[in-house]
Design a protein around this ligand. Structure first.
Ligand SMILES: *Cc1c(COP(=O)(O)O)cnc(C)c1O
Length: 393
């Protein structure tokens, strides 16, 4: 079956009631089976949906089945946030004394985890330029256990060559993990390029309505069992109501993402022609330095773009970016992305407290930069909103 059908019909076997729509299983615990052997199975089997909530929940199982199908992996595990997915999955791979290869630019929470948290636990991390394949090869050490990538990356929309990294991992016996949040499985299926494990902040496109936080890890059955064993200790289980909202959001994932792809391309093309905008980074534009690679691994180019506002100097660029930000009416100035409503943020302000100025430079964040998450509003209204905001400069 095709993706649109899978989004509606996969995993319905986890709903054992007569309700057409999977109910919210708002319960922390489940009745023991009369057969003691069955109860032992429920208590010990990974992800059992009817034992105790931290172990599993029927809606979580249904969500996991859908996303695993989309990502072409054997199995998946749903967790409370994207950060829980990242930290629980990585902690299922590395121990003290191990080494990870990661990128210079990652989601800010992932950067903190890789740079500050893991070093406290004796795990070494080398950060490389994701646009340079050879830099991954050069960083390999005898104790390298994991290559951790993110593409397109936050906020600059840089691309990592999935096929190259996937092959490198296979040749050298190193596990590969990708954060696929920005692309969503509608636009990019990293397993097609040999990547082992795929993570999402389901808070973004998968949920799609900016009303929940969730995370998901997709991989082989064996790997997901390892992650599950970590998860019942670390304890970041997704609440039954949020899981139900996520399941509801997933049903329209393809419709939403396709509309978002088309809106974002049209807005990027319009902004690129506007003299008030110095630079537009969007993987769907021919001007993107990795447009060829992007076309190879992305079926659509997502709703994420990054622009640099023009000005006489850096201070002026900052001022003009703030004028646009304050005058946009449809685009809410708020963190996060991937919802039906368009959002815009000023990365230099948002990450001011997390990133040192040298880290901002490495991540390519400038003062006149705005990161845009395009929603599903009508494209004419989207462009009209930018037109009136730019006129205020
Ligand atoms: C938001 C985000 C995360 C973290 O997800 P939470 O659900 O906020 O914990 C991780 N990676 C990327 C690329 C993100 O955009």
């Amino acid at each position: 079956m095709q993706t649109e059908t899978n989004l509606i019909h996969i995993g319905t076997e986890f709903n054992k009631t007569k309700a057409v729509v999977t109910p919210i299983f708002q319960t922390s615990t489940y009745l023991a089976d009369e057969d003691p052997q069955e109860y032992i199975t429920a208590a010990t089997e990974p992800k059992h949906p009817e034992f105790y909530h931290r172990h599993g929940n029927p809606t979580n199982s249904q969500v996991a089945a859908i996303v695993a199908k989309l990502e072409k992996t054997e199995d998946a595990l749903v967790l409370a946030t994207g950060m829980a997915a990242i930290s629980t999955a990585v902690l299922a791979v590395v121990n003290a004394g191990d080494h990870i290869i990661a990128q210079n630019a990652h989601y800010s929470g992932a950067t903190l985890f890789l740079k500050e948290f893991l070093s406290d636990y004796g795990v070494e991390v080398t950060h490389v330029d994701q646009t340079n394949n050879q830099s991954f090869v050069d960083a390999i050490q005898p104790n390298t256990k994991l290559i951790y990538i993110e593409t397109p990356s936050n906020p600059n929309l840089d691309i990592t060559d999935l096929e190259f990294v996937g092959q490198l991992g296979k040749e050298r016996g190193i596990l590969t993990i990708v954060d696929n949040t920005f692309a969503s499985p509608i636009n990019q299926v990293p397993a097609d390029f040999g990547i082992d494990v795929i993570l999402h902040s389901a808070t973004k496109y998968l949920g799609g309505h900016s009303d929940l936080t969730a995370g998901i890890v997709c991989g082989s059955k064996d790997f997901i069992q390892k992650v599950w064993r970590r998860s019942i200790i670390l304890g970041a289980s997704l609440s039954p109501f949020d899981s139900w909202l996520l399941l509801r959001g997933l049903k329209t994932l393809s419709l939403r993402v396709n509309q978002i792809n088309s809106n974002a391309l049209a807005l990027s093309e319009w902004l690129e022609k506007n003299p008030a905008i110095k630079k537009v980074s969007y993987t769907g534009l021919k001007s993107h330095p990795q447009h060829g690679l992007a076309k190879k691994q992305l079926k659509g180019h997502t709703g994420m773009l990054c622009i640099e506002v023009a000005g006489k100097d850096e201070t002026d660029e900052f001022k003009n970016a703030q004028t646009i930000l304050n005058n946009l009416k449809l685009f809410a100035n708020a963190a996060s992305l991937g919802g039906v409503e368009s959002l815009v943020v000023h990365p230099a302000s948002m990450w001011g407290s997390h990133h040192s100025s040298s880290q901002k430079k490495v991540s390519g964040i400038t003062l006149g930069m705005l990161r845009i998450s395009v929603g599903i509003e009508h494209i004419d209204d989207i462009i009209a909103d930018w037109e009136q905001a730019i006129e205020k400069i």
